[in-house]
Design a protein around this ligand. Structure first.
Ligand code: DCP
Ligand code: MG
Length: 365
């Protein structure tokens, strides 16, 4: 039963910026922005908490960040350093349990229901993890403890930076009742707007909507929202998830028959895939386009490159070409998807890349 699980979510604070402040004491206590060049078309990867006071956040144009805080220290990312620190943190987590699931470069879930330290209280395990990370890396992490992944993730975000938030099973109901829907992992700006237009502002409001209605409005994911609104999340902590592919797809409200609309959709999907690749820190060599036509006929077409790609523009170009070969005019299109596989996330490849000094990250110009 999920109620008996004890899950911890660990998320490092302002990860890239905190490492830069650690490694350069003159940057401490100051607004530090890690990302692309503000003079070109760079994007903010992250900002120190000092910089966030100016309204600066991840994915914002670096030029905007510069306008908001002209005195901020702008730094290019040092991915190989961040990856090394990430590995160090993940190995600290392994001390407590083998059930560790890294979700991104600075984030992981742990199932500590049974754990190597024999400590019965997950809150104490979380405390020890935070202390262990700080001792080894001089960086702070925020921890969330809860009866499942969903609650633990929300909890870790509640008292950032350097937070430790425990939500016992009996606290779930109160927490969710007043929680703004945007705080639900997976609910982004678009879904938030849609929900708000339906009068759903909090998870409490979401709970009042019948399951059928959620499925009608949001599709399959509506059933998931129904469960989350009740704090029900049975997903297990998955050990060593070696990702084979990464992608995104869209089912359209109305079938597309216009080439221009398909192009627009592909651009948007390519942007989504890029975002996911940045978050997961992977790139790949094979791009696959998936098309479902109005009559539910499905096709997939792939194209492989001899170099890795992870940038939206290249993904889009490859996908558009595949669509052109498949035939735009073959009929009305119900779904389009782009997947990237043949990923560069094997340890061997990563090492080669780092030692070759080729860590050019597509997100930053
Ligand atoms: N990152 C990125 N581009 C984004 C989001 C994140 O390159 N759009 C990178 C930089 C972050 C790291 O991933 O340092 C971890 O992402 P988080 O979302 O956990 O953000 P931070 O750790 O920087 O800050 P927080 O304290 O809010 O967790
Ligand atoms: Mg973080």
């Amino acid at each position: 039963m999920s109620e008996t699980r004890k899950i911890i979510h660990i998320d490092m604070d302002a990860f890239y910026a905190a490492i830069e402040q650690r490694d350069n004491p003159s940057h401490r206590g100051k607004p530090v922005i890690v990302g692309g060049d503000p003079e070109k078309r760079g994007v903010v990867a992250t900002a120190s908490y000092e910089a966030r006071k100016f309204g600066i956040h991840s994915a914002m144009a670096a030029s905007t960040a510069k306008r908001l805080c002209p005195n901020a220290i702008f730094l290019r990312p040092r991915m190989e350093v961040y990856r090394r620190v990430s590995r160090e943190i993940m190995s600290i987590l392994q001390v407590f349990t083998d059930l560790v699931e890294p979700v991104s470069i600075d984030e992981a879930f742990l199932d500590v229901t049974q754990n190597k330290s024999g400590i019965p209280f997950a809150s104490q395990v979380a405390r020890q993890i935070k202390d262990g990370i700080e001792e080894a890396t001089s960086l702070t992490a925020s921890a969330g403890v809860g009866p499942n992944k969903f609650i633990a993730k929300i909890a870790s975000d509640m008292n950032k930076p350097d937070g430790l938030t425990v939500i016992p099973p009996e606290g779930v109901e109160v927490l969710l009742r007043g929680l703004p829907i945007r705080k639900v992992p997976g609910i982004g700006r678009v879904t938030e707007e849609k929900m708000k237009s339906m009068g759903i502002n909090t998870v409490g409001d979401l709970r009042k909507v019948p399951k059928d209605e959620l499925v009608t409005v949001f599709g399959k994911v509506g059933a998931w929202y129904y469960l989350l609104a009740r704090g029900d999340d049975d997903r297990e902590v998955q050990v060593e998830r070696v990702r084979k592919s990464i992608g995104s797809e869209s089912t359209f409200e109305k079938d597309l028959c216009d080439t221009a609309d398909m192009i627009t959709a592909l651009r948007r999907i390519a942007g989504q895939v890029e975002k996911r690749m940045v978050k997961a820190q992977v790139r790949g060599r094979t791009v696959t386009l998936k098309v479902t036509y109005a009559d539910f006929k499905k096709i997939t077409r792939s194209k492989s490159f001899d170099h890795v790609i992870g940038n939206a523009e290249l993904l889009y170009e490859a996908a558009a070409q595949l669509l052109e070969f498949a035939g735009f005019g073959d009929g009305r299109v119900r779904l389009l998807g782009i997947t990237v596989s043949n990923l560069d996330n094997t340890p061997e490849l990563k090492l080669k890349e780092v030692s070759a000094g080729q860590m050019t990250f597509p997100f930053f110009s």
